[in-house]
Design a protein around this ligand. Structure first.
Ligand SMILES: *[C@@H]1O[C@H](CO)[C@@H](O)[C@H](O)[C@H]1NC(C)=O
Ligand SMILES: *[C@@H]1O[C@H](CO)[C@@H](O)[C@H](O)[C@H]1NC(C)=O
Ligand SMILES: *[C@@H]1O[C@H](CO)[C@@H](O)[C@H](O)[C@H]1NC(C)=O
Length: 218
């Protein structure tokens, strides 16, 4: 009976991973989901998590009930693991700690004995609040907005108190050695203008917006 059901499941189980990308922020710990359906005990079978674009491509290799550390790409050393208790229930999800920008990519969850694989897309983001500084000249107030530590590159918008878009100079963008972007933008507003202004920094790929308001006394 045991073997009969074992082989039955071997033939039937699918490897299931989400089709929607997983969004993670720099520094977070996240889970890349992958499981067998119908569930079968995955503790004693081999699971390979890999990124096909890397060399070596392995992010984690689980074989004979242990992780083979020597197989994995050095940038993942000490940062990937499986949920040992969950393997019994066919849950081979990967835990990835302290997410970095370079972790962005396609991850493949492969079960060699089933000859089946599934892929998960990881999108990495970083956000930070903008800071506004103001300075005056004779006829206008110059507002400078800066936001340090974004990924991917965000856009910067200025709005007046009624939510109208203001035309600003070009956004200056710098990329730091850590891969994060710093953006800054200036706008000159006339003193007679409505005196509550917003600097909005947004990134559509990661669906994130941060904004700061400033009140300019008339
Ligand atoms: C797999 O295990 C992880 C970690 O405990 C959990 O978050 C996830 O919901 C589990 N997935 C399934 C399909 O049970
Ligand atoms: C984007 O974020 C907003 C607010 O956090 C949320 O209501 C919306 O569902 C999100 N959209 C997508 C496509 O994730
Ligand atoms: C400025 O406007 C924003 C909404 O656009 C509002 O949340 C904020 O409280 C206002 N600030 C001041 C000082 O009026």
């Amino acid at each position: 009976y045991y073997y009969y059901y074992y082989y039955y499941y071997l033939c039937q189980s699918e490897v299931i991973a989400p089709s929607q990308p997983i969004v993670a922020f720099v520094g977070e710990d996240i889970i890349l989901p992958c499981h067998l359906e119908p569930a079968m005990n995955a503790f004693d079978i081999t699971t390979e998590w890999a990124r096909p674009d890397l060399d070596p491509r392995f992010v984690l290799v689980w074989r004979d009930g242990v992780e083979l550390e020597s197989k994995k790409h050095s940038s993942y050393r000490g940062r990937t693991s499986l949920f040992t208790e969950e393997l019994k229930h066919g849950n081979v999800s990967l835990k990835l700690s302290k997410v970095k920008i370079s972790d962005e990519g396609t991850y493949r969850c492969f079960i060699p004995v089933l000859a089946r694989a599934s892929t998960v897309q990881l999108v990495v983001g970083a956000v930070s609040p903008p800071v506004i500084q103001s300075s005056k000249n004779l006829s206008a107030v110059v507002l400078q907005c800066e936001s340090e530590g974004w990924y991917p590159e965000p856009e910067v918008l200025w709005l007046d108190g009624e939510g109208n878009l203001l035309s600003a100079g070009p956004t200056e963008t710098l990329r730091g050695p850590d891969g994060l972007y710093t953006v800054s933008s200036r706008v000159a507003v006339e003193k007679r203008h409505n005196n509550n202004f917003t600097c909005r920094v947004q990134q559509q790929n990661i669906n994130q917006t941060r904004e700061t308001h400033v009140h300019v006394p008339g």
